[in-house]
Design a protein around this ligand. Structure first.
Ligand code: CTP
Length: 407
């Protein structure tokens, strides 16, 4: 569980999006967190304390003078117990008060007494969000070290469309996990390829493979949790992009190649998890190929696709390149040979393709010094281990890296 042993103080303020915080509370508890809810007076007009008490399994606090706290210092006690304070939804009023440092109710007082990270998830009407006063307050909070999640764009409760929606609870949960993760890739840009490619034969048919993209999306999510800016170049998958990750959708290997090469110079790390088709039909028919009675199946002439990983690894200022290889036999031998052939310092191997589409995997790392196992586990846990391993191998300077000699 992502938040096992963590204590989250969930502060809910008075906006209609408060109903989504009930779902966030449930997700936090499901992820293993101890959740203490604080409601402002106006939040309790939208969702009652009983809802949050039932979901968190703990009495809710609203009043600075709560008699349940023996020393009458609820603001200190609650702030002390939390690993992270999450204000969701954070109204324009709450943000203004926090930016000013006011301290006249339980939430504002505990934000001042916090001495620990605070994550604000703003939610308000789009005009309120765009108002220079709100933007000024956001700049102040950012400068004070607060983490801001959102707001998202879309339809608003007031009937308008624009920026100001509360980020969806599942996405907020990902950002909360990220806020509590060691930022070993802070300041780095990580480029990831994921999923299968689709090589068209005609407008309705094509060649593809069984890659689900789950491992690559987990790697992108783990890199983002570790503080990196993440660019995810993805072939067609059924997955939602991880929160906070820039996703570039492509279909064919050539499109993936172009998208990666256009961005490789920005990246300090390149992780190629995509199952790229080695070949594509030499000609793509403009119209659907029709069957004719008694005719033989049409032959499909193939041509070779560019090798994206090898091309990035060969760049003069190559990022730290990590390849993936799913082998059906002789993993040790094939993976070691593939690492040298691709010219990359690190290759991640697994015995597939039976792991395609599954949520778990078993990964082995191959580098110039040999082979080590990351063990078996869920794809997200393995992705986090891999990201921590990669971070250790990056030089302290943030200049782009070249693969070490002899890689
Ligand atoms: N890869 C790539 N571009 C290609 C083919 C592969 O970037 N055209 C990357 C994959 O994303 C992966 C690594 O290279 O990180 C190994 O992929 P794999 O398909 O196992 O390698 P191949 O070179 O195609 O070797 P094989 O003969 O085993 O198919």
């Amino acid at each position: 569980m992502d938040l096992q042993g963590r204590s989250i103080l969930l502060a809910v303020t008075g906006g209609v999006a408060a109903y989504k915080s009930a779902e966030l509370c449930r997700l936090l508890v499901k992820a293993g967190a101890q959740v203490q809810v604080v409601l402002t007076e106006s939040a309790s007009r939208f969702v009652g304390a009983a809802t949050f008490q039932a979901l968190s399994g703990k009495a809710v606090f609203t009043d600075l003078w709560d008699a349940r706290v023996p020393n009458t210092m609820a603001h200190i006690e609650l702030a002390r117990a939390a690993d992270l304070i999450v204000v969701a939804p954070a109204t324009a009023h709450t943000l203004a008060r926090a930016a000013q440092g006011l301290a006249d109710d339980l939430l504002s007082t505990l934000l001042l007494a916090a001495g620990k990270p605070v994550l604000f998830a703003p939610a308000m009407n789009r005009e309120m969000w765009l108002h220079p006063a709100t933007q000024r307050n956001m700049a102040t909070l950012r400068a004070d070290g607060a983490r801001i999640c959102g707001p998202a764009s879309g339809e608003q409760a007031c009937g308008e469309v624009g920026e100001g929606r509360l980020v969806e609870p599942e996405d907020l949960l990902q950002d909360i996990v990220a806020a509590l993760t060691a930022s070993c890739l802070e300041g780095r840009t990580v480029l990831v390829t994921a999923g299968p490619t689709f090589e068209p034969i005609d407008p309705v048919r094509g060649l593809t493979n069984r890659s689900s993209g789950k491992m690559g999306y987990a790697v992108a999510r783990a890199a983002r949790e570790a503080g990196a800016r993440v660019l995810l170049v993805s072939g067609p998958t059924a997955l939602a992009a991880p929160f906070g990750v820039e996703c570039i959708a492509v279909e064919s290997a050539q499109q993936m190649f172009d998208a990666v090469m256009a961005r490789a110079a920005q990246a300090q790390v390149f992780i190629a998890t995509a199952a790229v088709a080695d070949w594509r039909p030499a000609q793509v028919l403009a119209q659907k190929q029709k069957k004719t009675p008694d005719a033989l199946p049409p032959p499909i002439a193939l041509q070779t696709n560019p090798d994206i990983l090898a091309a990035v690894a060969a760049l003069p200022q190559a990022p730290f390149c990590v390849g993936f290889a799913a082998e059906s036999e002789n993993l040790l031998q094939h993976a070691s040979a593939k690492r040298l052939r691709k010219g990359v310092p690190l290759l991640v191997g697994n015995l597939g393709p039976e792991t395609f589409g599954r949520d778990d995997n078993r990964l082995e790392l191959f580098d110039a010094s040999g082979h080590q196992s990351l063990g078996a586990g869920s794809k997200i846990d393995l992705a986090r281990k891999l990201v921590a391993h990669i971070a250790q191998r990056l030089p302290v300077s943030d200049t782009p890296l070249q693969s070490p000699p002899g890689a």
